[in-house]
Design a protein around this ligand. Structure first.
Ligand SMILES: Nc1ncnc2c1ncn2[C@@H]1O[C@H](COP(=O)(O)OP(=O)(O)O)[C@@H](O)[C@H]1O
Ligand SMILES: [Mg+2]
Length: 403
């Protein structure tokens, strides 16, 4: 399943989002235009449904409460709302529609000091049939119920939807690298396990080889056939980035520890294979990214992957995302600030969402819905050439203000 449409109201620097989403979707915008805030909407849905430490209160609390999440330009009473449409593919009819609205807990509520948010509405449709419409009679009788979503309570029978949100993966390669230079990228495959509330990440495994074990153990845990086919896919992709690479090998050492090693064609004959602790950071990061791409069969949220990768690799990511998406049937939402990432001629205007800062927040539009951009794309320019052009941005902003 994928998310085919997103509506959001008053979420951070967006007063209104109303966009369709493709299987491969790029979210493009200048610094501080809201790329991370956009992806955070999906992380929020995941956080609500997390098995441990999840739920609406935690998801809102971890983000600093409703006043931090709600657009700063709207009044205090305004609600924050999210609606997602879910379908098997972007071409299929909708399977689920989930709508959630919340605001700050009214001071009049007895529990107001303990909770961050109160539901203003929650609706669930399955194939056009309205399954749930809150606030319902029970909520009206007992407003305390509005501190929890139906996704958190098994009796509502929404496990399939909750599991879908739970299955989202978020991958941000950069902050850990900046804050913890000895924390290699591979570890960020497990980013979702890091609690943002505490703001701290365990550093007791600061050795590079040990950090590799997070990934190595994941690799070691899959069955032999899956392992063989995934290693082949990764090897092929790595060969594009490291042309001399001959073989990528997964093996166990004499005491049973898993290892990756590689051989290059330009090494002298009989030289030993290189183990993961000697791989370049770029190779390790790419390995982590590739494994995540292969493993994720659901929605994968990638934050500016270009920031940690060599420019030659960056230009190969878009076709790689396309290939992986076809293989896994999932969805890849990628925020980016890089024209190199969007140079592939096959990128369609609908696959690029442009974040356009305005006086009162950021607007989100598909590149194909902006006349000036669509015309350039149709005349053969790549998305990378068009959407980052300064004059184009000015033109877009001008046309926005005339609308
Ligand atoms: N509640 C809010 N209302 C309005 N703007 C907000 C809110 N929360 C964050 N922002 C703004 O969002 C911007 C950061 O967005 P971010 O998603 O980090 O950008 P990007 O990832 O594109 O660099 C900042 O300018 C910040 O002031
Ligand atoms: Mg960001």
């Amino acid at each position: 399943m994928i998310i085919t449409h997103l509506n959001a109201t008053n979420w951070r620097n967006f007063q209104k989002i109303d966009v369709s989403l493709c299987e491969r979707q790029f979210i493009v915008g200048p610094n501080a235009s809201g790329k991370s805030n956009f992806l955070d909407i999906f992380r929020f849905l995941k956080d609500i449904t997390k098995n441990e430490g999840g739920g609406l209160q935690e998801a809102v609390g971890d983000r600093g409460g409703v006043p931090t999440i709600r657009s700063l330009v709207v009044e205090q009473e305004a609600e924050v709302a999210i609606e997602v449409v879910i379908a098997d593919t972007s071409e299929s009819s909708e399977t689920w529609r989930y709508t959630l609205g919340f605001s700050q807990v009214p001071q009049s509520q007895s529990y107001s000091h303990r909770y961050f948010a109160s539901l203003t509405h929650e609706q669930v449709w399955k194939k056009d049939k309205l399954l749930l419409n809150r606030p319902n009679i029970e909520d009206k009788k007992d407003p305390d119920r509005l501190i929890r979503t139906a996704l958190e309570e098994p009796e509502h029978g929404l496990q399939e939807l909750a599991h879908f949100f739970q299955s989202f993966t978020y991958l941000h390669l950069v902050p850990q690298l900046i804050r913890f230079p000895d924390l290699i990228t591979i570890e960020s495959v497990e980013t979702d396990n890091i609690t943002r509330r505490s703001g701290s990440i365990s550093r007791n495994k600061s050795n590079r080889t040990q950090f590799g074990h997070g990934l190595l153990e994941k690799i070691a845990s899959v069955d032999e056939e899956t392992l063989r086919s995934r290693m082949k896919t990764i090897e092929d992709a790595l060969k594009n980035a490291v042309p001399q690479l001959e073989h990528l090998i997964f093996s166990h050492d004499e005491i049973g520890h898993p290892h990756l090693s590689l051989r290059c064609s330009n090494w002298r004959p009989n030289s030993p294979a290189q183990r993961e602790d000697q791989f370049s950071d770029g190779t390790l990061r790419l390995l982590g990214l590739l494994w995540t791409l292969i493993e994720s069969e659901s929605v994968l949220l990638l934050e500016e992957p270009e920031l940690s990768l060599h420019v030659g690799i960056v230009s190969q990511l878009a076709p790689l995302f396309f290939e992986m998406q076809i293989k896994t049937g999932g969805q890849i939402l990628v925020s980016t600030h890089s024209d190199d990432l969007l140079l592939e001629p096959g990128i369609d205007g609908t696959e690029v969402l442009m974040l356009i800062p305005t006086g009162t927040g950021t607007e989100v539009k598909a590149a194909s819905d902006i006349d000036a951009v669509r015309q350039l794309l149709e005349s053969g320019f790549t998305a990378g050439e068009v959407v980052f052009s300064k004059s184009n941005h000015e033109q877009v902003e001008k046309s926005e203000s005339l609308e």
